[in-house]
Design a binder for this molecule. Structure first.
Ligand code: CMP
Length: 140
């Protein structure tokens, strides 16, 4: 099915000047960028976005990192976009990410891991709406 998924290019990858290289990977995989915004997140925005991780030991560091510099936030659309984006990203820990994936090629650590991508249709709908509240999402 044609899906939409939320993608974030994190502060480490923005600072490395590889937004274009990452966008090219999305495009070459058949994913279309249908909305985008570059912003510095506030602490409240980052905490809200990652609310499901609130009780995890890495939450504070995660929020500090995500607010440390500008991020590039986009909605990707395409056939099986959620899984396709996760395949392009590779494993959360770049040390475990398969060769040729975004995290293997651009990420340094599990915190500074270059990109975020929604992990399921339910979270994709919530995450897209979080940053693009006026973008209508019709997932079925
Ligand atoms: P992301 O896909 O943005 O979702 C939550 C983030 O928390 C994750 O990528 C990692 O960057 C970060 N993180 C740090 N430590 C961990 C961990 N032990 N397990 C999962 N995510 C972690």
């Amino acid at each position: 099915a044609i899906e939409r998924t939320l993608s974030i290019i994190k502060p480490d990858a923005v600072a490395k000047n590889v937004i274009g290289q990452i966008y090219t990977r999305f495009e070459n995989a058949g994913l279309k960028i249908v909305a985008a915004q570059m912003r510095q997140l506030s602490q409240a925005e980052a905490e809200g976005f990652y609310a499901v991780h609130r009780e995890r030991p890495f939450f504070k560091d995660l929020v500090a990192f995500m607010t440390s510099g500008p991020v590039m936030i986009q909605v990707l659309e395409g056939e099986g976009a959620i899984l396709k984006n996760r395949e392009l990203m590779g494993a959360t820990d770049p040390k475990k990410a398969a060769p040729g994936t975004i995290r293997a090629d651009f990420a340094e650590s599990i915190d500074a891991n270059a990109v975020h991508g929604s992990d399921a249709p339910e979270t994709a709908a919530v995450e897209v709406a979080y940053f693009f509240p006026t973008l209508a999402v019709h997932s079925r």
